[in-house]
Design a protein around this ligand. Sequence first.
Ligand code: RFL
Ligand code: PHB
Length: 391
Amino acid sequence: MKTQVCIIGGGPAGLMLSHVLDANGIDNVVLERQSREYVLGRIRAGVLEHNTVQMLRDYGLGERMDKIGKPKDGTRILWQDRPDFFIDVKKWTGKQMMAYGQTYITEDLYAARDRDGGAVICEAAHVALHDIDSDAPHVTYERDGATHRIDCRFIAGCDGFHGPSRRAIPDSHRREYMRDYPFGWMGVMVEKPPLDDFIYAYHGDGMAMAAQRNPMLSRYYVQAPITDTPQDWPDERFWETLLSRFPAEVAAKIQTGPTIEKSMAPLRSFVSEPMRHGSLFLAGDAAHIVPPTGAKGLNLAFSDVHYLQRALVAFFKQGQGDLIAGYSDTALRRVWSAENISWRLTKLLHVFPGEDPFEQKIRQNDYDLLLMSEAAQHALAYEYIGLPFET
Ligand code: RFL
Ligand code: PHB
């Protein structure tokens, strides 16, 4: 098989890139290791930045989002024994966020690929990249007991943190920056109406968070030791812990019940530079991971796709290579700003095992600055909604 762009990974980054390239008349094929049902069964992000919302609308993918998604003016922070704070993105930036789950976006993207006759090959095993240093790379994979080959001009590595694309770049040309946190987020899904706002709650025992998917589906998280598994957190323990970390008047409004999903998400900050090597581009989690504090992971995947599609369209349609050459630097500027805010929010809102009273005082002082200073409120809102795309 021959195509212009071979996209490895059928998560949000790969599917969105495929959709946008197709809309620009650029031939592409998506190779996904898992079945479609598996990909659609994953429960992950729930908050979209203004830029992501705009991209979905611009490419005809906004219909269901605008129907069932919930626009949000910001996110609330509650703090044990301190006044509440609202990250007011509407007030400071004029923009809104959208509560719309990654699962819905992936469903919308698969539906659009089906409708437009996009080539998405699921259950592609042993995907391997070849000749990425050349102008004529190829990708091999196995399916139905046979080995297949796709020749292309470019490869887009959208295969997440564990995929083969990043590792295809020689170690000597790749630098990785990593921070693992000693805790994770134990998350549950429950079929009960959510609270009105997204809420991060800081408590001396650890963070808790309230999120939402739809009017009858709530998502909650508690900070837990990294070694914990869902088996360590029977529903009763989860709810007791969650409610104890929210102020009593908010806890009273949380509707608990039997959970329909429970999983542990480790927290990690990670960037691999550069995001291009020869004919291979990396986008999304293949190149970087942020901790969920700040909800930047999915939004960064979309921002990479924005810069990458722009570069590929300029190359194939106008014969210009400068955006291809600049892709990595441009994408990385936005990546690092998201890494920065996610890291700072993670430090602000979590209890770190072994931290001393000095670190606790500094954290409290960071929060007090937010309560006091309009300049600090403005700066946080600006970073939280995500930087504008560079033109
Ligand atoms: P994805 O979604 O991981 O998709 C990559 C796709 O590549 C496929 N793949 C391969 N395909 C072919 N051959 C191979 N060898 C392959 N290896 C892997 C995978 O099956 C998959 O379908 O990356 P993408 O598209 O870059 O999208 C990024 C987002 O999914 C991610 O940033 C967020 O979901 C991160 N994230 C969260 N972000 C938030 O903003 N808020 C959250 O609450 C939130 N929760 C989460 C998360 C990520 C999690 N992970 C990665 C375990 C919770 C979890 C548990
Ligand atoms: C979610 O909706 O699951 C969610 C929202 C905000 C976050 C993390 C997760 O920071």
